[in-house]
Design a protein around this ligand. Structure first.
Ligand code: ADP
Ligand code: MG
Length: 690
């Protein structure tokens, strides 16, 4: 039976109990076991002369006990001096028995394996494994490197090694199919699959351990490439299956957009015009648009979204615009109402907290087709929400919605017979490497230009011991007629505690600054209360607005020129950048004060430094990716997209162009593509099953 489908229970010693433990490691077939690769290796293939030992490396040595004694120090330990022809080294044991001590007498020959560390007597072997070597009975060395596998409760290293041995024996007789064509392997100079797999389990003596630990050995690269290819193919498959459906063709008639642009108090930037043209073309086609618009905070994505919406409305269809937070949704609702109601367009709002009576009215208008644009939070995804003829879904800040939610949209198309166009907007710039892998199913447009007249924000970092100076600075700014945000970032399990902390801060600041009007917004205010506070801030009645991170997105007050962020070290860079984007919206010089709580870790210092050094969201995202890795950058909800087993996006980003090219070559071979996706994405082939 093919190893791809052969159950692990076929191996000797695997009963139901072990099988269920293996399942926790994602192993159900013999092939899975073969793809369960070692984390690292130990080199027991040679004996290292003591003089050549290097700090930090695990090594095998052999020598004669010269001396053995108990040291008292901070912790009692046994120190054994071992000597060979080249030198002497201490073996350090913190746990030892009297019998052990008595056995390690001068003159005894030992073979040891352990990690070399810098200890009290110079280099020492820390808790080595050791064996006595008897006169005339030399011990053999191993001929291959020893693998160390990722383990789980109840399946220890020795067991895994044994099982992998069995799997490798089977592999000799029943090679697993190599889905990469030979011509491709030749061109990329990658080894064949079966060879790569068996080498990875048992690299030969003399293999370059450094290369393995960096993940750049050709065998690892071969698998990393295949894995990236499988992920890429699955996303393309997702795209193809959506675009297999029809979408309403929405030709640009130009009338509404001209009216709209004529009323707008500014002209679009070149970047906005370019992106609008790209969207226009997509919408005119009878195939669902799948487009991601990336643009830094303040680059003017909302206007672009409005123009797309107009094109749909002009063709007699409906538009849904979804935002991840209520505040952001409300802000969009305000902008769209202001812009579009004068053109006679019916814009409605729906959030989970909407009152039942209001909600029912909206749902009815929607079903009758009277609502032309519906703006809301994820409530828009809910089942009861029925459109008469939805043709365009706009999703702001997509990284907070899952792929699933995006797919649920398909169901909401007109009578289920056509699929809406999808426009996804993100203010978190996505590093190119991530865009190419996690978003391979989308076309991308970038608004890479800010509207004219923005002044760059100056960012400074100050320890919270200087809070009083910061408060003074707030006072001065407000007395000069400016407005200020004060952001509390307490990360607590409960939203209630967060809000309490913000309340306390607001109260304290009001006491310190009696001459100012201090306002407070947080997630637990009722929508009407929140709207009232935001409105008062917009009108300038409130000078200092204390907020939790709910103001992260969507608030637009050009007169606000100073933002204080407490404990910025607790937030991701993308989030800090979003927050900071609330100031610097007018033509006044703006400042952002990162008031951190010392001491900062090295990583936190690096991250605050990035914030001080650049205002460019793309650069911040790239550097954040380098520091933290893709899972963190994309947010937890999306990490599933990128749970890579072998590949590492940062390390292997050089492959991405080639992956795309290779995908195009083999995509038409459906069986091959299916098998590849199944091998790497396993049971969760989410993307293929649309
Ligand atoms: P974001 O891309 O962060 O969503 P917005 O769409 O909220 O940005 O736009 C930020 C601000 O810039 C808004 O006040 C908007 O009206 C304004 N704006 C957008 N485009 C332009 C432009 N071309 N010229 C001047 N101001 C613009
Ligand atoms: Mg926006």
């Amino acid at each position: 039976m093919a190893l791809e489908t052969r159950p692990v229970t076929d191996l000797k010693g695997v009963g139901p109990s072990l099988a269920s433990k293996l399942e926790k490691l994602g192993i159900t077939t013999v092939q899975d076991l073969l793809f369960h690769l070692p984390l690292r290796y130990e080199d027991r293939t040679r004996i290292t002369p003591i003089a050549e030992l290097r700090n930090g490396y695990s090594s095998q040595i052999e020598g004669i006990v010269h001396d053995s004694r108990i040291e008292m120090g901070r912790r009692r330990s046994l120190l054994v001096q071992l000597q060979d022809d080249t030198g002497r080294i201490g073996l350090r044991f913190y746990y030892f028995t009297a019998a052990q001590k008595n056995q390690l007498t001068p003159g005894t020959r030992l073979r040891c394996f352990g990690e070399v560390r810098l200890g009290r007597t110079g280099l020492e072997l820390y808790h080595p494994e050791y064996k006595r070597v008897n006169e005339g009975e030399p011990l053999p060395v191993q001929d291959r490197l020893t693998p160390l596998y990722p383990t789980t409760d109840g399946v220890h290293q020795g067991r895994l090694r044994q099982l992998c041995e069995q799997a490798l024996e089977l592999l000799e007789r029943h090679p697993v199919p190599d889905y990469l064509p030979q011509s491709l392997l030749d061109e990329l100079q990658l080894p064949p699959l079966n060879q790569a797999v068996s080498t990875l389990h048992h690299p030969p003596a003399g293999a370059d351990l450094d290369q393995f630990s960096l993940g750049i050995h050709p065998t690892q690269q071969r698998l990393a490439f295949e894995e990236l290819l499988a992920h890429h193919l699955s996303l393309r498959r997702l795209r193809a299956s959506i675009q297999h459906h029809r979408a309403p063709a929405l030709p640009d008639r130009g009338k509404l957009s001209q009216e709209f642009l004529a009323r707008l108090p500014f002209a679009l930037t070149g970047a906005q015009l370019r992106v609008v043209a790209e969207i226009r073309q997509d919408l005119a086609a009878p195939v669902p648009m799948l487009r991601l618009v990336q643009g830094d905070v303040g680059s003017g994505k909302t206007v672009v979204a409005a123009l797309a919406a107009l094109q749909a409305v002009e063709n007699g269809t409906q538009v849904a615009l979804m935002a991840p937070t209520e505040i952001l949704a409300e802000q969009h609702y305000l902008s769209f109402s202001q812009w579009l109601q004068p053109l006679g367009i019916q814009v409605d709002f729906l959030a989970s907290r909407s009152k039942a009576s209001v909600r029912n009215q909206v749902l009815e208008r929607l079903a009758r087709g009277e609502t032309q644009i519906l703006i809301g939070t994820h409530a828009v995804f809910q089942e009861q929400v029925r459109f008469a003829h939805l043709a365009l879904a706009i999703i702001d800040e997509q990284h907070r919605f899952g792929v699933h939610q995006r797919l649920a949209l398909k169901e909401k198309g007109a009578n289920g017979s056509s699929t809406p166009h999808q426009l996804i907007m993100t203010a978190t710039p996505i590093p190119r490497t991530l865009a190419m892998s996690a978003y391979a199913d989308l076309d991308t447009s970038v608004i890479d230009e800010l509207p004219p007249g923005r002044t760059p924000i100056e960012t400074i970092a100050i320890p919270d011991s200087r809070r009083n100076e910061v408060v003074e600075r707030v006072r001065r700014a407000c007395l000069e007629g400016r407005q200020v945000y004060w952001v509390c970032t307490l990360i607590e399990e409960s939203e209630a505690l967060q809000c309490q902390a913000a309340e306390a801060t607001a109260q304290q600041l009001q006491e310190q600054l009696p001459e100012l009007q201090v306002g407070l917004v947080h997630g637990r205010l009722k929508p009407a209360e929140k709207a009232a506070v935001m409105d008062a801030f917009k009108q300038g009645e409130i000078q200092l607005l204390v907020a939790t991170t709910v103001i992260e997105v969507g608030v637009d007050v050009p007169n606000a020129s100073l933002m204080i962020i407490e404990n910025p070290e607790r937030l991701g860079l993308a989030q800090l950048h979003q927050l900071r984007g609330r100031v610097g919206r007018g033509n006044i010089a703006s400042y952002c004060v990162l008031m951190y709580h010392p001491p900062l870790s090295h990583m936190s210092r690096e991250r605050l430094k990035i914030m001080r050094e650049t205002n460019n969201g793309f650069e911040i995202a790239e550097r954040d990716l380098e520091l933290r890795g893709p899972g963190e950058v994309l947010g937890t909800r999306q990490t599933g997209l990128l749970s890579l087993k072998v590949a590492d996006l940062e390390r292997d980003k050089g492959w991405l162009e080639t992956v795309r090219w290779a995908a195009e070559q083999i995509e038409t071979d459906r069986a091959r593509t299916d098998a590849l996706i199944r091998r790497w994405l396993g049971q969760n082939v989410r993307y293929g099953q649309v």
